[in-house]
Design a protein around this ligand. Sequence first.
Ligand code: ADP
Ligand code: MG
Ligand code: MG
Length: 910
Amino acid sequence: MDKYVYYFGDGHAEGNAKMKDVLGGKGAGLAEMTNIGVPVPPGFTISTAVCTWFYDHGNSYPPELEQQVRENLAAVERSVGRTLGDRQKPLLVSVRSGARASMPGMMDTILNLGLNDETIVGLAGSSGDERFALDSYRRFIQMYSDVVLEIDKEKFEHELFALRDRLGAKTDADIPAESLRGLVETYKGIVRSHSGKDFPQDVQEQLWGAVGAVFLSWNNNRAITYRKLNQIPDDWGTAVNVQSMVFGNMGSDCATGVAFTRDPSTGLRRFYGEYLPNAQGEDVVAGIRTPLPIAKTQVTSDGQQSLEELMPSVYAQLEDVYKKLESHYRDMQDIEFTIQSGKLYLLQTRTGKRTGFAAVKIACDMVEEGLIKPREAVARVEANQIIQLLAPVFDPAEKEKAVGGGRVLGRGLPAGPGAAAGRIAFNAERAVEMAAHDAVILVRIETSPEDIAGMHRAAGILTTRGGLTSHAAVVARGMGRPCVVGAGSIKVDYGRGEMRSEGHEPLEEGDWVSIDGTTGEIIAGQIPTRPSEVLQVLLEESMKQEESEVFRNFDRLLKWSDEIRTLGVRTNADTPQDARVARLFGAEGIGLCRTEHMFFAEERILRVREMILARNEKGRREALDELLPFQKADFEGIFRELAGMPVTVRLLDPPLHEFLPSTEAQISAVARDMNWGFVELRQKVNQLHEANPMLGHRGCRLAITYPEIYEMQVRAIYEAACDVKQAGIGVHPEVMIPLVGTVRELQTLTDMVRRVAAETFKARGVEIPVVVGTMIEIPRAALVAEKLGEVAEFFSFGTNDLTQMTFGYSRDDAGTFLPEYVDKKILPKDPFESIDTEGVGQLVRLGTAGGRRANPKLKVGVCGEHGGDPDSIRFFRSCDLNYVSCSPYRVPVARLAAAQAELEFQHFEG
Ligand code: ADP
Ligand code: MG
Ligand code: MG
């Protein structure tokens, strides 16, 4: 018989941490904690396989399930000494969702299940606290109605707030029992009028209703959006955890809280979290009451009492538990706990989400502490996250000016580091719209899962309520957005569309505001930013290594990566400045140096046009001769910067008309400059017009018909190389022919390169190895790669064009349909962002294999945007490429991703 249900309790569990696929992350964590002796209320997990079955079978269950649930429920009842639905000693349970990958707050959880008009009497009696029983009942009715009966929770909350106002009660805990009794009746009335039925009194009906709702919540809109943003497959499904309740709302010796074993925003090694006395779990995350700090060191204002001070002995237990968990999991944990009558229970542990800053620091610190090895540190930091360490910070002088000028509107909790300035949007939809034109700061009282699309588009997020574990904080950290939460001194009024802070003019939608997610400051206006610490050390040299821990950790992690990876990392750079940045970031050469950008500079474009418009070869050569010194100077600058590392120079690629004027006004201006007649020039421009220029007369095709263009470029390359070599500096140019589709094209142009190089060497009396290769960007080139391999010394896959031509999608026009293609799952991902392994990837594989059959020493690289994308890098490693090449700022990402690809690869190889 298939096993669908796994028990945990009393120091033993049927599952463990390795069974996330079956039990979901939460279930696996509960099982593991139980097994290592951490106090966990007993319960059981219904496996993810049931979710899959449920959706495959018209929302029904496998037949064995009912019996397995019954047996496990009985085991829980025995363990707790209470029975579900019992009038004297009723068992209450929570029904909790829990997918393989954590999806905080995206799916539903129901607490206090098992309460009805009869069991509430038993709960009141056995706890000796009627108020508590009623409080639990009203929470249950609201949650169950929201999740299972789909009655808007606003309806209930409205009544709760009205009651609080009538009583003058500051918090829920101040509402007396008799008022709660009335509230419960009001709630039941709401259920009756909205569902046409009474609130279900049958506890089995309650249980199965809740289980079904959790499975259904896998496909609610926010869960779907979250999965899309985080690339979690839709078919994984969720597990359901049914767990006996413990109560944090049973009096002043009770509490509930969430904590991190290290600071999730900076990575600092300190226990860090928030709690609420006399409250139930949801209250902390919901941001309804602003929670209190756990540790004494976190206290920032008088009147805040930390858990450490309030319940020193429980706090000590909690410290033991967190240390045990961290050393067991050997990673930072994010935990949820509840204290019932002075006793501690853990309700969840998972690997804590963290910012890029924290990820790098924690990984490096844990190596230092001997908890993990360098290769584990490398595996742990999400490659894309390391970009955060390069994100700008506020310009200190400008910030000081703003602070001195009284522009600080307030201060909140620093929830996501980094500086951001943007225009204010008060809701997610507006944020999305406004982000199309300007940077946006999403300003909310609090955020909820419905807001994630807006949060994603915003440059920064600000909330006035909630703590460091509130929804806004958790999600922003995951996205790497600068974020400030709980800025209580700022009042947001959605109705009037403004935010106010005392002593300042109110700000409206569209006004500029700046937030510092590292300090929590909120400042009116737009404060300019400046480079991150890493850049200040590496590029500006305005900071010393010793002064920046961020830099040292960044550097350490990447050096470990370099020891592991076998895939080379080069950069795409056209200027000495870009080349310098990339080299400082660790690039090992240039994989793509485009030469056409050099043609656009002001003094040159005129000569380029003269060359294009020349009436014959002689005229063209004259113009080219004037261009040569410019090109040579460009190459020299780059060769000097690279000092002997390989530089792949791609000869001219775009169609000629790109250099010509197009509008009538431009044409007449250029005609004047060049001493041409307007009509004559317009005619010439029209002559050069092509219906499909991207597939037209460009790349090597131009060179076949006008060889003198490439000849000039090749001469410039080797003359520059000779100069650099004669100056005693290493130089290693590689000449790359673009847009090759046939071997004759490549052979003809390779012969030309060798001839011109030989002429140059002879004239200069210097010799430099001549390396000629080709870009593989036309599908036909991949198909005839074996032939091309006989001529070329290297291949470089131009995966942008290769993707464009393989799919037949114009890169410039695909924006109109690709997003919808991804939405409708016609395509799993945008193939221009991440390589299409199934199609385009096969051409890469095929082309590499073909080329190497002809030339086993053939060097193969990638120079499209994909060279900086971690998923694509993993694929390229599996194709046995020699290197990837990406834009300078992606070089650190590529180094880390290449190391991670290597670790995975070694793992699979065994
Ligand atoms: P989420 O995935 O949204 O975090 P959880 O299933 O973890 O949802 O439930 C949210 C909160 O409900 C928990 O943090 C915890 O405080 C509370 N909770 C869940 N189960 C129990 C339980 N058995 N006893 C007491 N509180 C619980
Ligand atoms: Mg939770
Ligand atoms: Mg191309």
